[in-house]
Write a protein that binds this ligand. Sequence first.
Ligand code: ADP
Ligand code: MG
Length: 679
Amino acid sequence: MSFERPLTEIKGVGPAVAAKFTILGLKTVADLINYYPRRYDDYSQITPIKKLTKPGPVTIEARITSIKGRYVRRGMHITEAVATDDTGSTRLVWFNQPYRELGMKRDQNYFISGNFELSHQHFAIQNPSTELSSEFPINTARIVPIYRETKGLNSRLIRNALKQEIAAIEQLPETVPAWLVTDHALLSRAEAIKAIHFPETSQQLETARRRLGFEEVFELSLASLLNKNELMAKHAPPVPFTEVIAKDFVGSMPFDLTNAQRKVVWRIFLDMQKSQPMNRLVEGDVGSGKTVVAAMAAVMVLHHGHQVALMAPTELLARQHADTLYKLLEPLGFADQVGLLVGGMSAKQKTTAREQIAAGKIRLMVGTNALIQESVDMRGLELIIIDEQHRFGVDQRKSLQAKAGHMPHVLSLTATPIPRSLALTLYGELDISVLDVKPPGRQTIITEIVSPNSRAQLYQKIDAELSAGRQMFVVCPLITESTMLAVNSAEKIYEDFSTRDFKHRKIGLLHGKMKPDEKNEVMQQFVDHKLDILVSTTVIEVGVDVSNATIMLIEAAERFGLAQMHQLRGRVGRGKDQGYCYLMMSDSTAPSKRLRALERSSDGFKLAELDLELRGPGAIYGREQHGQLDLRIAKLTDVKLIAEARAAAQATIDRGENLLHYPQLQANVRRLQAVTNLN
Ligand code: ADP
Ligand code: MG
């Protein structure tokens, strides 16, 4: 039976309901059965009515002995019923569900599940779900699956549709090799899918989750291992290691390399000497000195007369990198080979840049997306450096490399640390180096959670800093006021500050809806200290360096991710003065574990690990690829499952399994390969 049937072929699903399913992204039976519950309510225990004593979720099996609905006032309808089993009777109450009265049959046994609680001095089961007693209840008397719903399509309807497909689900073919199912004691795919929707017991639910989680990680690992094999079969131009160049570079720097930088740079030189393409990711916390590492790799390539492209996610960052590289490369005589190509340049500037690139005068091209969009002669490209790689989609990286016409070496940098064991699995086709030591003398940013009651005192403290000549970033979760969320928007804060709290200061507003020119201008004003305060959204998250900015105020801090706030905090205290990060809460409730962790720890890796733990399954890659690689079941912190699934992927390759024999697995793996690979 085909699983690609449209949902309208399911009994009870007409065109109107099918349209609702489409809103949830579900079009076919296959989509539906792969739509896992968001959570479950455990109503599996049936209690004799006599034993109902404590409030809480309960299920009874009983007959309805009386039922009556009435309006208690305008717009408030109550249906009251009495349910009776062999041991006694209890009350049922529904609010604003007038159809209940007609829907219930007398003298039939029902399963009735709901919350047993006190109402008007009487205990009653409130707003219960009911269904005729049967062997296979779906809404009551079981561990009940709750799905992500949409208006007009509740979990009840979704369960109904799924129930019609139980027979089909039981016939679901296995997707992974049979030996894998045996060796790892997995449920079959059919059993697992049936149990994820309609688990008989919580143990069965656990084994279903294990099977499906295993499969997710297995497919992801297999995809990255295959990508790696394909990459290793490609040729890249070797870049010989010239010792004197490295020595000169180190000698010309105003500081010594950290040990971590030394190690990572050495790995990169070794990688680039090979005729196989380097594909290395350097993970390093904010301020760990990734730029210097990239610069050394670049110089080695420039020395041999080839091209390097450095791509950054924002124009501002690209400009900053061009400046930094210019300074670093000046003593070595390579400074005039550094060129910039960003969208904000005039047509004339771009033409000049292109000409200089074509003439081989510019060999280190620093830019944004513009590097991809503009027609630039990149036939000599031997090294691509991608800063903040999680900000880029694979497509962007691929297009850059397509312009070279061959496979260059690729060096990716990221400040979003992923615990190493996980990174190995998730970025399996990458080699990973970690800059785990920060340059000496780095200050710790003083971090403090602030309740809105203490706003006034905080503003006083801040104003003293501003008077001392320092600057402040304010980051808000929204641009404009929202009626849905009671949080301060960037526009609101800007308004409050300019007219009241800091009206004697110069204040700028920066957000993603502004034109690139406007953004650059505001940012430049802040860099030049023409502004004291910059109110913005997370557009400033990435790599901006303003050494005079010492204060980061995060509004509605409870709304931000831990890793993201750590990044934001890294924007201040980059100079000699003490930095401060204030986490302003929306209300005066107790701060969450996440905020407390951020207050205590300045270790990006520890925070990332905690973030993963608290988030459970979730997004792996950057937001650009959001959704495509998210794990739905497996927890990134389940190190054992991940290690097992990864080993299984390696074993599958070692055994020489031909994916052609596993069409579904092959299709899934191909899709994942396309999202992750750089080949
Ligand atoms: P990130 O890893 O966040 O990109 P950067 O490369 O911007 O960090 O470096 C942050 C700052 O640290 C820069 O000002 C840089 O000059 C400085 N820096 C880098 N390496 C060292 C070092 N070994 N010793 C001292 N300062 C360093
Ligand atoms: Mg950086």
